[in-house]
Design a protein around this ligand. Structure first.
Ligand SMILES: Nc1ncnc2c1ncn2[C@@H]1O[C@H](COP(=O)(O)OP(=O)(O)OP(=O)(O)O)[C@@H](O)[C@H]1O
Ligand SMILES: Cc1ncc(CO)c(N)n1
Length: 309
């Protein structure tokens, strides 16, 4: 018996709220064995990004290949790619070994919550032309979708649905267009375009500054849920379903047929993010919380012991 497995290909966030660190915490919280390939180092905290230190594209590929050559993967999450060169090298490796990556979830990270740029404009075209067609699920926020399509940011739900469909036409099978940036609204709506149509997934807005890493955590949680579904379908692995103490996409799927898997994985991934966001709103990490954006609480599925008086 082997556990569900996933890889994150992303940037390191020294502050621990986004990037590789958020992804590995999310995989762990959801009972999935996590592996990683680091695409860039960032010196970063809740207040912003102080430095971006590139990694040579061939060193990114060395990490990816080491994992692929040894550990079967049920899913892969891709986040910050940092440069056109890393995108090109990665697209080539994925193109030649696509099946080995399992379900591929791409979060097209371009700008951090703090406003710092994490991908140069010139790399957008490469992301669209080379990586998007290899991807199963893409999870852009509103500005990222607009940049990928070269159109203005969607102003309402109809425009979001329209852009989500257009992104499917570029090659991704499923598009989760995230609505977190529509800050005037009391409800946060993510628009999901998939082979069966378009669904609106709603959540009550949490009023908090603690939104650092929400996008990374959501994409990692969706990848983790695909990994859990994949293992749950493997004969003899039923017991693994009870590893995680959080709603599990594998509980929602029936039989061997797959069309419902996308919505089950995305729905359960969003449930985890919403719990982590609410948990994060109640904790204080930074010495100056009013100056930045704190992280979500990835440990929300792990019980905490009450203080004894
Ligand atoms: N204040 C909020 N309350 C509830 N849900 C939210 C809130 N902000 C974002 N979300 C949810 O978090 C997820 C990420 O959305 P968002 O649009 O913020 O992505 P992002 O900009 O990529 O994130 P990041 O800030 O990590 O870059 C989505 O599922 C969205 O619905
Ligand atoms: C490393 C990294 N990846 C992604 C984001 C987007 O939130 C970030 N701030 N840092």
């Amino acid at each position: 018996m082997r556990p569900p497995t996933s890889m994150t290909i992303a940037g390191s966030d020294s502050g621990g709220g986004a990037g590789i660190q958020a992804d590995l915490k999310t995989f762990t919280a959801l009972g999935v064995y996590g592996t990683s390939a680091i695409t860039a180092l960032t010196a970063q905290n809740t207040r912003g990004v102080q430095a971006v230190i590139p990694i040579d594209p061939q060193d990114v590929i060395r990490q990816v290949t080491s994992v692929l050559d040894d550990i079967p993967l049920d899913a892969t999450k891709i986040g910050m790619l940092a440069s056109a060169e890393v995108i090109a090298a990665l697209a080539e490796t994925i193109g030649s070994r696509r099946v080995a990556f399992g379900h591929l979830v791409l979060d097209p990270v371009m700008v951090a919550t703090s406003g710092d740029v994490l991908l140069p404009d010139t790399a957008t075209e490469l992301l669209r032309e080379r990586l998007l067609p290899l991807t199963h699920v893409i999870t852009p926020n509103l500005p990222e979708a607009a940049r990928l399509l070269d159109v203005p940011v969607a102003a309402d739900l109809d425009a979001m649905a329209d852009q989500a469909e257009q992104l499917r036409d570029l090659g991704a099978e499923v598009v989760v267009l995230k609505g977190g940036h529509r800050e005037a609204e009391e409800e946060v709506v993510d628009v999901v375009a998939h082979p069966g149509g378009v669904d609106l997934l709603r959540a009550e807005r949490v009023h908090t500054r603690g939104t650092h890493g929400t996008g990374c955590t959501l994409a990692a949680a969706i990848a983790a849920q695909y990994a859990r579904i994949a293992r749950a379908r493997t004969p003899g692995n039923g017991g693994l379903r009870f590893l995680a103490t959080t709603p599990d996409a594998a509980d929602e799927i029936g039989g061997a047929q797959a069309p419902g898997d996308d919505l089950a994985a995305i729905g359960a991934g969003r449930d985890f993010l919403q719990r982590a966001l609410r948990g994060g709103a109640e904790q204080q990490l930074s010495v100056a919380p009013q100056d930045g954006h704190g992280p979500v609480d990835h440990l929300i599925t792990i019980a905490r012991r009450e203080a004894e008086d």
